[in-house]
Design a protein around this ligand. Structure first.
Ligand code: G3I
Length: 330
């Protein structure tokens, strides 16, 4: 298995996050996804703001279109995400009691997960639970579910998802656990505590999702990450790379050199992970530079477009695609 350079066979399926509007309007994008992906995840189609515009409504339009696209081609599906602070619709702010919170959260999860039971085989049940403020209670981000249910919202969400689809693989997904630095080490420790509490209480947790949004100017913490993954492995949990892209905002302008730095950053990360626990899936957060979230937060000072993904804006593969192919089974 010289390909991965780790002596471990590549077992990961490759996939990407999908935008429903682009899928409907951009044939070249749709074709690139169909040709290269064994699994897809809606980038926004299953988020609360999209499917829950109000308390009475479930709008599955975008998610159903993505599920139909995948189903027709025998491509697998991941679900993202059932409980996340990043974009709860305003009507949920009115939820203040524990009883109402548990009812709304479990009703949402049961309705959404059972609809796609058997189609979506892996869910980001809880996304980014850990606060960037180390002093917050139990390191948890404050949003409607942690405010009303405390840390219990996490096992409540996992148990509701398992009850709705006992076959689905249930994932705890987080970012900024990959790097050198105190706050990243703290996030790894906090994530391990949440995982261990779930496992010790018999909650149905199956895997950790490493989002892997990798700033090219940040160092991957090989030792810290591998120590973390040994603990995950010891708990008989799987690992997925769920949102890989390389944030190239601070890299020099020259495109070829930039693409090589992006590829090298991803290779460093993927080999560090694969040496300890080969991921069961590697998804990039988008497949083409034509559709990426990165410039929303990380614009380049030279005004040039970001190049964080495996295909360029014309759907042509870059060195990052070749790196990913070494870590995924064909
Ligand atoms: O579709 C609406 C459009 O109708 C409206 O006119 C427009 C103006 O507000 O908003 C559009 O929705 C945008 C949506 O992306 C669809 O493109 C939202 O504003 C925008 O906030 C949303 O951003 C997404 C973000 O999550 C928040 O949900 C990004 O595309 C998406 O890449 C990003 O993904 C997150 C993961 O879920 C979790 N990990 C981090 C990752 C990157 O931030």
């Amino acid at each position: 298995h010289a390909a991965t350079g780790t002596g471990v066979p590549a077992r990961a399926s490759y996939g990407a996050a999908v935008r429903g509007d682009a899928l409907a309007n951009d044939p070249a994008y749709a074709e690139a996804l169909a040709a290269r992906c064994r699994v897809l995840v809606p980038e926004g189609g299953l988020k609360w703001p999209v499917i829950r515009p109000n308390r009475e409504t479930f709008d599955f339009g975008e998610a159903d279109r993505i599920a139909a696209f995948a189903g027709r081609r025998g491509i697998g599906l991941r679900g993202h995400t059932l409980a996340w602070y990043g974009g709860m619709p305003a009507w949920t702010d009115a939820i203040t009691s524990r009883a109402e919170a548990e009812r709304v959260l479990t009703d949402h999860i049961e309705t959404v997960v059972s609809r796609y039971a058997g189609l979506i085989t892996s869910w980001d049940v809880v996304n980014e639970p850990i606060s960037d403020d180390p002093s917050s209670p139990k390191n948890l981000r404050s949003f409607v579910w942690s405010r009303t249910l405390g840390a219990d919202y996490i096992p409540i969400a996992f148990r509701a998802a398992a009850a709705a689809d006992p076959t689905a693989r249930l994932v705890l997904n987080e970012y900024d656990v990959e790097f050198v630095g105190g706050r990243f080490a703290q996030k790894r420790d906090a994530l391990l505590r949440i995982a261990r509490d779930l496992v010790d209480s018999g909650a149905p947790l199956h895997a950790i999702g490493l989002q892997a949004h990798l700033p090219a100017d940040r160092s991957i913490d090989r030792d810290g990450l591998q120590g973390f993954l040994r603990e995950i492995r010891a708990m008989n949990l799987d690992v997925l790379v769920t949102e890989l892209d390389v944030i190239d905002a601070t890299l020099p302008s020259a495109v070829d050199a930039r693409d090589l730095r992006v590829a090298e950053t991803a290779r460093t990360f993927l080999s560090a992970v694969s040496e300890v626990l080969p991921p069961s899936a590697i998804l990039t957060w988008g497949i083409s530079d034509r559709y990426t979230w990165v410039p929303m937060y990380f614009t380049r000072t030279d005004g040039l477009p970001n190049r964080p993904l495996p295909l360029d804006a014309n759907m042509r593969p870059k060195p990052l695609m070749a790196v990913i192919e070494r870590f995924t089974r064909s």
